[in-house]
Design a protein around this ligand. Structure first.
Ligand SMILES: [Zn+2]
Length: 219
């Protein structure tokens, strides 16, 4: 008799894993280090083996990007300023195009990933989400890719839980995808209560938060 667990998380070809911003600058010793950010690398590598469909995202800013505190004299990193598209947290300079800090963590190993979405390229607008820039209106093009590939459900992992993972999840719900965040494969920054706000948002939007082992049991 086969011991097969009925699980809502059995992965098939309509599922896709989005691996968010596992880049040197978001790992310890990076310019915008997410505490313990590198801990997710082996977890994400294991998760990747369960998915045929994987997208990687990469924060990829021009020098002098408006999300950098250094671009705004008199402001410090983690200040929030008003931009035409809403509040914007200011960050240390990070993930500048072509620099070692913008490269993926060298331990990240998901060779079957079919697409790398680079975001934050426009000097005048930030882009936390993999689907939309921070005006929540300018698309990155990922939604079209997902629809053309017949993807129905998105699993999210990476950095940071309370910014790029959060915004990606929220936009994906808005686009009609089922969304599952693999929480122990994420790490947060927690600026001004942002981790708690993320949990509240996910609960309101029916974004499932699971642990990596919930998937491993089905593979
Ligand atoms: Zn950025």
């Amino acid at each position: 008799m086969e011991a097969k667990l009925a699980s809502p998380y059995a992965i098939d070809d309509s599922d896709l894993l989005i691996v968010v911003d596992i880049q040197n600058d978001f790992c310890p010793d990076g310019a915008l280090a997410v505490p313990l950010g590198d801990e997710v690398v082996p977890i994400v590598n294991r998760l990747g083996k369960s998915f045929r469909n994987v997208v990687l995202t990469q924060d990829w800013h021009p020098a002098g990007h408006l999300s950098f505190a250094s671009t705004h004299p008199g402001h410090a990193p983690y200040d929030t300023i008003a931009m035409p598209y809403g509040p914007q947290v200011l960050w240390p300079d990070h993930c500048v195009q072509g620099t070692p800090g913008a490269a993926f963590h060298s331990g990240l190993q998901i060779p079957q990933a079919g697409l790398v979405v680079r975001k934050g390229l426009d000097p005048a607008i930030d882009s936390y989400s993999a689907l939309y820039e921070n005006d929540r209106a300018t698309p990155t093009g990922l939604t079209g890719y997902l629809r053309e590939r017949g993807i129905k459900r998105l699993f999210l992992a990476g950095l940071a839980f309370d910014f790029c993972v959060r915004y990606s999840a929220e936009d994906a719900v808005r686009e009609g995808f089922a969304v599952v965040v693999i929480e122990d494969a994420c790490r947060g920054i927690d600026v001004q209560g942002s981790v708690a706000a993320t949990r509240t948002s996910f609960a309101a939007l029916d974004v499932a938060c699971i642990a990596a082992r919930d998937l491993a049991a089905t593979c």
